[in-house]
Design a protein around this ligand. Structure first.
Ligand code: TYM
Length: 330
């Protein structure tokens, strides 16, 4: 069975973009793959996190995975920092990654531009991500389009390592959902819906009040035409709402355009809001049931044991291939 793996950072709030771009893909494909889903808490600390809040956010994200429909019997669910081999493998991979490659990562360029005192962890972050992926011989990595470049770097590192030291890693492929590869901000649909956005009116959070979600969708920026047509360049707001609706209902873009032919934007937005609110309310109900349950710890204990075993083997294999062991007595 092929392997599928992804992770999310437990920073701030989880958005509808994270859900559509990443978690939902894992849920939709969990029967077809040997699946691994983790909390990327070591990626989160590349920028300062309040320690007293971080641990709660980690637990909350696990509960959210389960609430979204991730089946613990079909997925290995774990916390990245509970498996120390991710950092160990990352170092060995760093020594096989070029400064120039990391300098070209667009996410690093964007983030480092915003703050001149960025950490070196922010720079080497894509190598830790490669480690997450390569340890498990992952075949496919469901991500939003913003993470595609990082998965491509993981591919390059895997190919390079295999060439230098012999076959060690499966070369992974990034996969993006049929439609919602990038959910955009509702107020400024030319930029990604992001947890770190300053204007929260453009961002839908999975644990947000349902009325507030409805209001945000009803006041989403559109255009002066009155035609529900997918055209990212000229109608980014409407295209974004079409993408959201199509992703949640499982319909194609064409089907959505056809359904709303001749309808005005008010009617269209109401339908989008109904679909999103219905999906999110199911997630919230289940989340509230499980956030304080013991089940979470049992799942995480199992996930930690299972993944540490695999990761240890990969780490030992890499060390041996790289000559990191006591020499034989002459
Ligand atoms: P993170 O936490 O920023 O985002 C988690 C996932 O959500 C996707 N995403 C979106 N998809 C569609 N529309 C959006 N507006 C949107 N915003 C976010 C992201 O593409 C991502 O798939 N480095 C990763 C976490 C990570 C990881 C990994 C992922 C660490 N190791 C190994 C895959 C494999 C990150 O920061 O994602």
């Amino acid at each position: 069975m092929k392997k599928m793996l992804t992770g999310l950072q437990p920073t701030g709030v989880i958005t509808l973009g994270n859900y559509i771009g990443s978690i939902k893909q894992m849920v939709d494909n969990q029967d077809m793959y040997d699946s691994y889903l983790f909390v990327a808490d070591m990626h989160a600390i590349t920028v300062y996190q309040d320690p007293s809040e971080l641990s709660n956010k980690i637990r909350s994200l696990i509960a959210l995975y389960l609430a979204c429909g991730i089946d613990p019997n079909k997925n290995k669910i774990f916390i990245q920092s509970e498996n120390e081999y991710h950092a160990n493998v990352s170092w060995l991979l760093e020594c096989n990654t070029y400064f120039g490659e990391l300098s070209r990562m667009t996410q690093f360029k964007d983030k480092s531009m915003k703050n001149e005192n960025f950490t070196s962890g922010l720079f080497t972050y894509p190598v830790l991500m490669a480690s997450d992926i390569l340890i498990y011989d992952t075949d496919i990595v469901p991500v939003g389009v913003d993470q595609k470049q990082h998965v491509e770097l993981a591919r390059d590192i895997a190919i390079r390592f295999n060439k230098k030291y012999g076959d060690t890693f499966v070369v992974p492929t990034p996969v993006m959902s049929r439609v919602g590869t990038k959910i955009m901000d509702l107020q400024d649909p030319t930029k990604k819906m992001s947890k770190s956005s300053e204007n929260k009116k453009g961002v839908i959070m999975l644990l947000e009040d349902l009325d507030s979600i409805r209001k945000k969708i009803m006041s989403a920026t559109t255009d002066s035409e009155m035609c529900v047509k997918y055209d990212v360049i000229n109608k980014p707001g409407i295209s974004n709402l079409i993408t959201m609706y199509a992703s949640i209902t499982g319909k194609s873009i064409e089907e959505v355009e056809f359904m709303f032919e001749g309808k005005n934007y008010g009617e269209f937005k109401r339908e989008v809001a109904d679909a999103v609110v219905s999906e999110v309310s199911k997630i919230q109900n289940r989340y509230n049931e499980i956030i304080n349950s013991k089940e979470i710890d049992e799942i995480l204990d199992k996930g930690r044991e299972f993944t540490r075993e695999i990761a240890k083997k990969k780490y030992e294999d890499m060390k041996k291939k790289m000559g990191l062991f006591r020499g034989i007595e002459k």
